[in-house]
Ligand binder design. Structure first.
Ligand SMILES: [Zn+2]
Ligand SMILES: [Zn+2]
Length: 933
């Protein structure tokens, strides 16, 4: 074949092809026909005009055919045509018309020694739409046909192998290099290390490095970079030390990357040493390095030094990356004010912030909780001519989620669609999240359905949305669908279901999810368990909450502050002062006391467990008192009936410039209620709206009804109910009925009861109250009537119970349970106490019994009240001066209240009794409630 001969010329001169090889190769190349069909074969003139020196490079080819024609002409007619420039000209030609194969062939056979062209070839190749894999195919093909390549070409191939993660071809190239016994130059070594680092892990790369005898600076730098790029921060840093010991010079890229390692590793001292190195070699003016220094100090929480670096930069006005680094540093470490200061300084020095600067400000304000400000900055950024990008939009969407500004969220969604950003996975996921948090599950689902590839975050977001709202079927379907689409649910997915079930009072299902986590090969983490525990606490399953704590600890999982706060809530619910104190110790050990949620939960626990003193200690120690901690302390005082103290604490709170909220006023009004401070109560009720801008809710109205009625102003309370701007609820009528019973007002009581029976037909307490009221007025027929009504409806009065802890054991006295094993001894002591009391003037208050029986019988019924039995048992068994603590699930009756006061006097014993409503602290014959409860 004729065309075989000229091809010889564009093969690198020191590696000639055999004739046979060239022939195969030429057919591959496909220029043979073109060369044969050349129209003009007049040799002499063409040769002159096509001499390489006179070639017109500006002239563009107009078709692939013209490239081929010209190429063939050159090969045929012009010896020595294969200059670098000519090669480039033809390669570009082939690329332009999409003949990628020919371009690659020409490159491999003609360009071996020009490795400066390597990277630009790859770039140009992909620019024209060529698939880099084809370069490797062409190479393999040539290689299998026995074409020999020099090390430079092989290094280039290794680079593409690294880029495309083609491990097998890369390994083949390496074995070829070994087989041929090439003396590898530093570039090839670097390419090999790079290839191993990317495709086979750093160990193989380090092996190549170690096997090399002479290490020059290029090799050192590459070896360090390979380690650092693979996240082997400590290894990279160690190699850097070794390199410095050998006095090998590091390049700026390596220095900046090593500084990054110092940041990641928290290696401040190393970082400082490198800083010293930078100063010694006067590299501070290098933007890459100075930015890396700033970031390194920020990562090491040392804003001061990072500011020193920043201030020492000479050419700050043209050094935007450094400005961005220091600003984002301030933001990362929570110093938003400093960041803003710098931002203004930057603007006053006429340095134009870029999108990165703006995004720093957006995320900074978001992290700082200034959500409204995020939106303001977005507007400023837009008016400065910057279109929000994916990072900006993510911050803004997060702020919108927190603010629950659904309308603005939708506007941003429109912007996203208009700018074609809805295909960005990150943005689409944030949109799903925004809709979920704004309770718009339909829109969340719609965005989700439009996503072409969904990541686990998007699935989790939607699943948690459905799960929080109690749509477990949908959440479960999504979970299955997710698996079908090949996305593995992670612990977050399952945790959102655990939390959904827990808060929806489906503890069994939540526990089932925990088992599912285990069966899918994962371990439930602290969040899974805490969701379950806090669900139990919120639903009142306190015992279960503690059982799960024990299981969790058994699995070796440590509690966090949220777990602790939930457990404290459980302690408060069960009045488990002892366990509460243990959890307090746990908080101290784990350094949770600075956590305001934990401290608030502690205050709450101590006040509900009858240890107001400890509650106050925790409160006073708290440095940053939040509204929640003030509220919790005021509520604590209210439970103890310490109205005046509650009011004085409220005044202190005002002095500390804390704005009260609705909960503060509920606490205040109920402390007025518990202490009978009618005038004060009115004052706060009148002023909450006008002075503090807090709208009274039904809870506030119900407190006021209670306050009025309890003080005996029943008609006023009734009028007040009529004047309420909202429909009165069961709590309001319940407050009225309770007071009617205290004051014996049957007429109003009947009205209240009528409403209550409609609103809460199955609440036995209401029926009991009304029976009690009728019994007080000796209207036994009416008592029977209500009893019949309850029977007809199937309403049963639940058991009344009281319990106390004696010698680490809990003793329960319940109307439903069998008598206590030591019942005989308890009654004996109780009779003895009662007769002692009678000598001091005690008269049983038989009005508390609403059975139509004789007075003697009534007295017997009174003696069986569980509070009395529990306190008596405490008096028998308690040998130390510690107070007796009794918990009861109903409101204490006036007879038991009187008896408890006498008992505290007779036995010189402090008694705490927590009833269904509040605390009573009996001491020396008096109660902390001043008989007002
Ligand atoms: Zn009683
Ligand atoms: Zn009391």
């Amino acid at each position: 074949m004729e065309a075989a001969t000229p091809l010889y010329h564009f093969i690198s001169s020191h590696q000639p092809l055999t004739q046979k090889q060239s022939r195969c190769y030429a057919t591959n190349f496909g220029i043979v026909n073109a060369a044969q069909t050349l129209p003009d074969t007049s040799p002499s003139t063409s040769l002159e005009s096509l001499s390489p020196l006179q070639f017109d490079y500006d002239k563009k080819f107009n078709s692939l055919n013209s490239v081929k024609t010209m190429h063939a002409k050159m090969i045929k007619l012009s010896r020595g045509w294969d200059t670098k420039k000519n090669m480039q000209y033809f390669i570009s030609g082939y690329l332009e018309f999409g003949d990628f194969q020919s371009a690659a062939v020409l490159f491999f056979v003609g360009f071996a020694e020009n490795y400066l062209y390597w990277n630009s070839f790859l770039e140009e190749y992909t620019y024209f739409g060529g698939n880099p894999c084809e370069i490797l195919e062409v190479f393999s093909d040539l290689h299998s046909k026995g074409v020999n390549f020099n090390t430079e070409i092989l290094a280039f191939v290794l680079k593409i192998c690294s880029k495309l993660s083609d491990m097998w071809l890369g390994l083949e190239v390496h074995s070829f290099l070994i087989k041929k016994g090439f003396d590898l130059d530093v570039y090839t070594k670097c390419a090999l290390m790079n290839f191993y680092g990317r495709c086979c892990g750093t160990e193989s790369a380090n092996k190549v490095f170690k096997e090399t005898l002479i290490h020059d600076s290029l090799l050192w730098n590459e070896a360090i970079m390979v380690n650092l790029r693979n996240g082997k921060w400590a290894e990279g840093l160690q190699m850097f030390r070794d390199m410095q010991a050998l006095l090998v010079k590091a390049n700026s890229l390596t220095i900046s990357k090593v500084l990054q390692a110092c940041g990641k590793l928290g290696a401040l001292d190393e970082g400082k040493q490198i800083h010293g190195y930078v100063i010694r070699y006067a590299l501070e003016s290098n933007i890459l390095i100075s930015t890396a220094l700033i970031n390194m100090y920020v990562k090491n929480d040392n804003l001061k030094l990072s500011r020193v670096v920043f201030d020492s930069i000479d050419n700050l006005d043209c050094n935007l990356p450094c400005w961005n680094s220091i600003i984002s540093g301030y933001i990362a470490l929570g110093c938003l004010d400093n960041a803003l200061e710098l931002f203004h300084e930057m603007k006053s020095s006429n340095i134009k912030p870029d999108i990165i600067t703006w995004n720093c400000l957006l995320s900074g304000h978001f992290l700082h909780g200034s959500y409204i400000e995020v939106l303001a900055i977005l507007r400023r950024m837009q008016s400065a001519g910057y279109q929000p990008n994916r990072n900006s939009i993510t911050s803004v969407l997060q702020a919108v989620s927190e603010l629950r500004y659904l309308r603005i969220g939708k506007e941003i969604h429109c912007h996203v669609i208009r700018n074609g950003l809805d295909y960005d996975l990150h943005i689409a996921t944030s949109l799903v999240d925004m809709y979920v948090k704004n309770d718009d599950l339909t829109s969340a689902q719609a965005v989700f359905d439009c996503m072409t590839n969904r990541n686990v975050y998007a699935w989790n977001s939607l699943i948690s949305g459905y799960s929080c709202k109690g749509h477990f079927e949908k959440a479960g379907n999504l979970l299955n669908q997710m698996k079908e689409e090949g996305i593995k649910p992670d612990i977050v997915t399952y945790n959102s279901l655990v939390s959904g079930y827990s808060t929806s009072n489906c503890i069994k299902e939540a526990l089932g999810m925990i088992r599912r986590i285990k069966s899918s090969g994962m371990s439930p983490n602290v969040i899974s368990w805490t969701s379950l525990i806090s669900g139990c606490s919120q639903q009142g399953y306190f015992r279960e909450a503690f059982e799960f704590l024990i299981q969790m600890q058994g699995e070796g999982i440590k509690v966090n502050s949220v777990t602790v706060a939930s457990l404290l809530q459980a302690c408060a619910g069960l009045s488990l002062l002892h366990i509460g104190k243990e959890i307090h110790c746990l908080c101290i050990q784990n350094d949770f006391l600075d956590d305001v949620y934990v401290s608030t939960a502690l205050i709450d626990m101590y006040s509900k467990c009858g240890s107001l003193e400890n509650a106050q200690k925790v409160f006073h120690r708290l440095e940053d008192k939040t509204l929640a901690s003030w509220n919790s302390m005021i509520t604590g005082l209210a439970i103890y009936g310490l109205g005046t103290e509650a009011i004085s604490l409220f005044d202190q709170m005002r002095e500390a410039n804390i704005q009260p909220d609705a909960i503060t006023f509920i606490a205040l009004l109920s402390s007025c209620k518990h202490s009978g401070l009618l005038d004060k109560g009115w004052k706060y009720f009148d002023h909450m709206k006008t002075d503090f801008g807090v709208n009274p809710t039904i809870e506030h109205y119900s407190c006021m009804v209670d306050l009025l009625a309890r003080a005996g102003y029943l008609d006023e309370a009734s009028d007040f109910i009529q004047s309420m701007p909202m429909e009165p609820n069961a709590a309001v009528w319940g407050a009225l009925l309770t007071s009617c019973r205290i004051h014996g007002n049957v007429e109003l009581g009947e009205i209240a009861a009528e409403y209550l029976f409609k609103l809460e037909p199955y609440n036995a307490a209401n029926y009991a109250l009304m029976m009690n009221l009728y019994a007080l007025s000796n209207r036994w027929n009416d008592v029977d009537h209500i009893r019949d009504k309850m029977e007809a409806m199937g309403v049963k009065i639940g058991p009344v119970w009281s319990w106390l802890k004696v010698n680490q054991r809990i003793h329960i006295f319940s109307t439903a349970a069998k008598t206590h094993p030591e019942g005989g001894e308890i009654y004996f002591e109780l009779y003895r106490l009662i007769s002692e009391m009678k000598r001091l003037g005690y008269k049983p208050d038989t009005r508390c019994v609403y059975q139509n029986i004789s007075e003697v019988e009534k007295e017997k019924v009174l003696l069986a009240h569980t509070e009395k039995l529990a306190i008596t048992y405490g008096l028998i068994r308690t040998r130390n001066p510690a107070p007796i603590r009794v918990i009861n699930n109903t409101r204490i009756c006036s007879d038991c209240h009187t008896v408890a006061k006498y008992m505290s006097l007779l036995r010189r014993q402090e008694i705490y009794l927590k009833d269904g409503v509040r605390f009573h602290h009996f001491k020396d014959g008096k109660c902390s409630c001043c008989d007002f409860w």
